[in-house]
Ligand binder design. Structure first.
Ligand code: PXG
Length: 296
């Protein structure tokens, strides 16, 4: 990128130095808002419609009105990528509750704010994509759905941040998060899968993980490969005795996980099915998606 990035903020494309949110925005004061992380490859935005549908659903769930139609927001997203002349990268689309008073009542925030950043993200070091991730089981549990639905991709990520701290302090890159019952829910920003005897297992969404879009893509691709995918409750035991383990997420894409709590998973190397899936995912991501229209 040659010039300073342009950020979409409430209808305008602004240089980063001018793209500012008020200290009275409830997105900051209370984590009151929703977001999406979206990738684009080769000038096309991957699964854009699915991400926008999830954003509107998250917003609806917290009674937040996004002040743009679906089509307007889709256009703003594509225009932001085009304005930055990026072919491959990452979009952070954020809707905050907007400016209000010092008091958590969201009904005192007259208008939500929308901002869109198009840039890049690298979640794990490049060598981890070759060798696989080290995971640590976190003592921090995923919140019960009755506390806050895990399907709301809200601006309050402290639960995940605390789990990530535990993972890093424990010598790993990623943390396995359990639900209140002790079943695996997901990782701090990724969904988890294991391979055993030619079948793939992943926790059901009801276990407390986000219904990840990359998770859905992985299930589609595995089904195409003729590999059965079974949604079932998993415990740490299931990961310890698995032949392979991999994680999926927009930022992570598809990545092998080879260690849990200092124990090797399988032979401690990315497994053959994981590698096949990584290749299929790259192929799909680089050849499909909503095209960005770049300025001539
Ligand atoms: N679980 C959680 C809690 C997430 O936040 C996923 C699963 C995977 O979902 P998708 O739809 O992306 O396959 C996520 C999404 C980051 C980052 O900055 C994390 C995500 C997305 C974008 C950026 O770490 N996680």
């Amino acid at each position: 990128m040659s010039q300073a990035p342009l950020i979409y903020l409430d209808g305008k494309l602004l240089p980063e130095s001018e793209a500012k949110i008020s200290v009275f925005d409830h997105g900051l004061l209370y984590g009151d808002g929703v977001f999406e992380g979206i990738r684009f490859y080769n000038g096309r935005v991957f699964r854009l419609t699915e991400h926008l549908v999830r954003l509107y659903e998250s917003a609806r769930s917290i009674c937040l009105t996004i002040p743009l139609t679906f089509e307007e927001l889709e256009k703003a997203t594509l225009d932001t990528v085009a304005a930055n002349n990026l072919r491959d990268g990452y979009i952070r689309l954020v809707v905050t509750r907007g400016v209000g008073s010092l008091g958590l009542n969201p009904y005192q925030c007259p208008k939500a704010s929308v901002f869109i950043i198009a840039g890049s993200i690298s979640l794990y070091p490049a060598e981890k994509y070759e060798k696989g991730l080290t995971m640590v089981t976190c003592a921090t549990r995923r919140p019960a759905p009755a506390a806050l639905s895990p399907q709301v991709k809200s601006l309050n990520y402290l639960n995940n941040v605390m789990a990530k701290i535990e993972a890093i302090q424990g010598g790993g890159e990623e943390g396995v998060m359990l639900n209140e019952q002790g079943y695996v829910a997901e990782c701090t920003g990724d969904n988890l899968f294991i391979v055993k005897k030619g079948k793939v297992y992943t926790p059901p969404i009801s276990a407390g993980g986000l219904d990840g879009i990359t998770r859905g893509v992985a299930i589609e691709l595995l089904t195409e490969l003729g590999v059965p995918v079974i949604e079932s409750n998993l415990t740490r035991h299931d990961i310890f005795v698995a032949e392979e383990c991999f994680l999926t997420g927009t930022a992570a894409e598809v990545i092998a996980a080879v260690v849990l709590d200092r124990r090797l998973i399988g032979d401690g190397k990315p497994g053959p099915l994981t590698q096949k899936l990584v290749a299929k995912f790259k192929e799909l991501a680089n050849s499909t998606g909503t095209p960005v229209v770049y300025p001539a």
